[in-house]
Design a protein around this ligand. Structure first.
Ligand code: PGA
Length: 233
């Protein structure tokens, strides 16, 4: 799964060197990032025109905290590939002007001609980024109160307990407008949410169900995550 996703990024860069790539952090895309780094090095791929957009960030968690999305991108992508800052756009979730951060991100995406490829994971409550259950499908970047599930599951990224409350995230309108979306999920624990994403109703209470509407939305999963799909039986 990770290799297929990393290959998709490589293919995109070959076809469109100036592509805009939006990546999620978290456990799921980690291996995809690592494999992408390896492929760039092996194939001596020129990524100097690529734009990287970070999907989301925990509000009030500093970039140096190992649980932050900043930390993930720095560790898995920016440092290993020495990507210059001008190619990277991450939310500054420490800003006291978070609305400005949102508008800035929306403007970058617009100015670059939209997102070519978005690679996201899925939360145990069906969130994508921090688009929590009940969120509008028409939002661009926004700040949101985090759902109970996100607050408890989110602790897994942090070495010591942190107080999480809000998130800043790209919106589902960005996802719908993205030219291609890959939703990645692996493992048994994601089987239920994948079933809801693919086979149940399109509903605001389960944000990932928006994937059903995307004309180029691909759900890329392993056998365990696919184990509850009826087509699989
Ligand atoms: P995970 O997170 O990849 O760490 O499971 C997914 C998500 O919450 O979006």
């Amino acid at each position: 799964m990770s290799d297929a996703a990393a290959s998709d990024i490589v293919e995109l860069v070959k076809i469109k060197p100036s592509a805009v790539l939006c990546l999620a952090s978290g456990d799921t895309p980690r291996l995809t990032c690592q494999m992408f780094v390896q492929k760039v090095k092996n194939e001596k791929l020129d990524i100097s025109q690529l734009t990287f957009i970070g999907l989301d960030e925990w509000v009030n968690i500093p970039p140096g905290n190992e649980g932050s999305c900043h930390y993930f991108f720095r560790n898995e992508l920016i440092n290993p590939l020495s990507i210059p800052e001008k190619q990277i756009h991450l939310f500054d979730a420490m800003s006291d002007k978070l609305q400005d951060e949102c508008r800035k991100m929306d403007a970058v995406i617009l100015e670059k001609g939209g997102i070519d490829l978005m690679i996201v994971g899925i939360g145990m409550n069906g969130h994508i980024g921090f688009n929590e259950p009940g969120v509008s499908f028409d939002n661009y970047s926004h700040v949101i109160d985090l759902d109970e599930t996100t607050l408890s599951v989110g602790q897994k990224y942090f070495k010591s307990k942190v107080s999480l409350q809000k998130g800043i995230t790209l919106g589902l309108k960005h996802l719908q407008e993205s030219k291609k979306v890959l939703l990645l999920a692996n493992g048994k624990k994601k089987a239920e949410v994948i079933k809801k994403t693919v086979e149940e109703n399109l509903t605001h209470s389960f944000p990932a169900s928006i994937m059903q509407k995307h004309t180029h939305g691909i759900v890329m999963i392993d056998e365990e995550a696919a184990s509850l799909l009826t087509q699989n039986k």
